[in-house]
Design a protein around this ligand. Structure first.
Ligand SMILES: *Cc1c(COP(=O)(O)O)cnc(C)c1O
Length: 241
């Protein structure tokens, strides 16, 4: 177990688990990108993970990301994985290359309009609530075709695939059906539209092996890389919201 309590040790362990899950699924590990979810963690932790070769980092709050990203190494690729409020769309477009959490056509259109004004071309994923559980964010599977149709008319966003967050459960096997449902939806939508939809963002610390078995291309891992989380990070003396 030595070394596992350092970020370097944890990164190595997560990489081994990804490699093992890919081997078990007969997949090329190159096809699975690790999104290091650094929410609540300080810039020093991001730097330590970046020193291990991680490049893609995920944040769930626009304001926290706005404080943190300028203090992190400049070559990193930042993804927004958490819910995006319409009024934070502009800073989100400025900060992130990829937004995993687009859950309405209105938000998609807004991101497109702002991206045009900002001269950006973000990749976006449609967040889908495949479990049908009321408390979870994400669009209903039935609403996805209309969102893709709307995306067809947009020029500054690239809809690259789907993301899902299954309901929390101790047993990672319980998430398998939700991951499989997202992939099935993707396969049907890709066949029915001109969209390639290559990306499936699914799986977190507890269940990313299961997600890789079901076709995940982006796994979002926080706790198993950085350890337990506290409250959102802000610079000393940073403004309250
Ligand atoms: C926090 C978060 C994660 C990472 O969760 P862990 O269980 O810590 O790996 C992944 N995705 C989203 C959307 C998150 O908010």
């Amino acid at each position: 177990m030595d070394g596992q309590q350092t970020i370097a040790g944890r990164v190595q362990r997560v990489r081994e688990r990804i490699a093992a899950a890919c081997a078990a699924a007969g997949r090329d590990p190159e096809g699975v990108a690790l999104v290091a979810v650094s929410k609540t963690q300080p810039p020093e932790a991001v730097r330590e993970a970046a020193d291990c070769g991680l490049r893609v980092f995920g944040e769930n709050r626009v304001q926290e990301a706005g404080f943190k990203i300028p203090l992190c190494p400049g070559h990193l690729d930042w993804h927004l994985v958490g819910h995006l409020q319409a009024n934070k769309a502009r800073p989100a477009v400025r900060l992130f290359s990829t937004i995993h959490s687009v859950d309405s056509i209105d938000l998609l259109r807004r991101i497109d309009a702002i991206a045009g004004e900002e001269g950006r071309r973000p990749r976006v994923l449609l967040e889908v609530n495949v479990s049908g559980e009321g408390s979870k964010e994400g669009m209903r599977p039935d609403d996805v075709p209309a969102a893709l149709e709307a995306a067809n008319g947009l020029h500054c966003v690239e809809v690259a695939g789907f993301m899902t967050m299954p309901p929390y459960c101790e047993d990672p096997e319980r998430a398998r059906g939700f991951f499989r449902a997202l992939r099935g939806l993707r396969d049907r939508c890709a066949a029915a539209t001109g969209f390639a939809l290559p990306e499936l963002s699914m799986g977190m610390s507890m269940d990313f092996e299961v997600a890789i078995g079901e076709g995940a291309t982006l796994v979002r891992v926080g706790t198993d890389l950085f350890g337990a989380r506290g409250s959102p990070w802000r610079p000393a003396g940073g403004a309250e919201t």
